[in-house]
Design a protein around this ligand. Structure first.
Ligand code: NI
Length: 391
């Protein structure tokens, strides 16, 4: 365990081969049957692990050292997206309509090979390690709530995770203390009026006029009801009504999103959207039905753990490897782990324009830079080995 760097390097070809297998056999959320079977088979070849299936397509490996110490959990998500891959690669996805376009193939390969290293170092470790290969991150309400309900975090003291990202170059470690990601909510407003002839508005209740007032009214949710220091965004992104130039339609549908970083802001936003929509509609003699659909919560990075990880990264890879981040927009169901115990979630750079690895996530040409796997593997192994070290 003395030379984590060289041992991680030695395992790199295997990590790349695993990642390519996952990439080629991309499977959608809740359908990760082959992926889970591959992981379980690989873990079964590592001696001394207790394996289980928290759900049909998730896998957990537990390494008990037999010595008292912390119980740590680490999670990798393993699912792919409903996209037809546009990359020409020898290991291109062979499942039509499923592609690893978010880097979860890399997450799974990094964690699988970190298990290989840590299992070999078990005599130098204390406490317990739980490796969670989680299904269905991409499809809210997501797999995290299911595996947590199955008990994977019972007795766990700290939890870790990472995401490869094309927003940072390979070799950079994105670190953010406190709130890391936004909560990603959606709202749907169905306005019901009364349709009729455009020349006889007095006989109608025009839902477009009501909808226009609601759209303007919603602009006051953030500007008048939320503290200026609280960050949030509300956007009406889709408005749909009408069929002809001379017909007042009977209904209008509005859809939009709310992104926030605080539970109180979220609750206020939902409550104000309902009150404004229903109040404006009622005043006009129309009705507004509001659906507020919660996406994932924010990830919260424990400040003490974050500082510890920051120092570990600086020590292992040099101070210049640490990239301080402001909160980012994409959500992740890792948020449900860090609601149970303190957690740290890393954004790991995997962009390299020289190699064509700079397309955004969820794009048919997304391509992670495999050099990032070396950083991910070494980081994960070092993190857990140091955190579980015998004192
Ligand atoms: Ni992702």
């Amino acid at each position: 365990m003395t030379d984590i760097h060289s041992q991680a390097q030695a395992l790199l070809p295997r990590c790349i081969a695993d990642r390519r297998w996952f990439h080629q056999h991309a499977e959608l959320s809740f359908q990760e049957f082959e992926t889970a079977a591959y992981i379980e088979k690989a873990l079964a070849e590592i001696p001394g692990l207790a394996l289980s299936r928290p759900t049909a397509t998730s896998v957990m490996a537990v390494l008990k050292t037999g010595r008292p110490g912390r119980c740590l959990a680490i999670r990798a998500d393993i699912d792919a997206l409903p996209i037809n891959e546009a990359n020409e690669l020898p290991y291109r996805s062979c499942n039509q309509g499923a592609m690893h376009a978010c880097g979860h193939d890399g997450h799974a390969a990094i964690l699988l090979n970190a298990v290989r290293l840590l299992a070999a170092w078990r005599e130098d470790l204390a406490g317990e390690l739980r490796f969670i290969f989680q299904h269905a991150e991409e499809t809210p309400p997501g797999g995290a709530v299911e595996v947590i309900r199955a008990g994977v975090l019972e007795g766990v003291d700290e939890v870790f995770g990472l995401h490869l990202t094309s927003t940072l170059p390979t070799g950079k470690f994105g670190v953010c203390s406190g709130v890391l990601t936004s909560a990603t909510d959606r709202f749907e407003i169905e306005i019901t009026g009364k349709g009729g002839h455009s020349s006889m508005p007095q006989e109608c209740v025009d839902p477009i006029v009501v909808g226009a007032q609601i759209i303007m009214g919603l602009q006051t949710v953030l500007s008048r009801s939320i503290k200026p220091s609280d960050m949030a965004v509300l956007s009406v992104c889709h408005a749909n009504a009408g069929s002809a130039y001379n017909i007042i339609p009977g209904a209008m549908h509005l859809t939009g999103s709310v992104r926030s970083y605080d539970e109180a802001v979220r609750q206020t936003a939902e409550q104000r959207i309902r009150a404004i929509s229903q109040g404006i509609a009622q005043a006009a003699g129309a009705a507004a039905e509001v659906d507020y659909i919660r996406g994932y919560d924010s990830i919260y990075n424990d400040p003490a753990l974050t500082q510890w990880a920051r120092e570990l990264i600086a020590g292992q890879f040099g101070p210049e490897a640490v990239q301080e981040l402001a909160p980012i927009a994409p959500g992740d169901d890792f948020c449900y782990y860090d609601q149970v115990c303190p957690g740290f979630f890393l954004e790991l750079g995997a962009a390299n324009p020289a190699k064509g690895s700079d397309a955004p996530h969820h794009n048919a040409r997304y391509r992670l830079d495999e050099d990032a796997l070396a950083y991910g593997l070494e980081y994960t192994a070092a993190l857990l080995a140091q955190r579980c070290r015998i004192d």
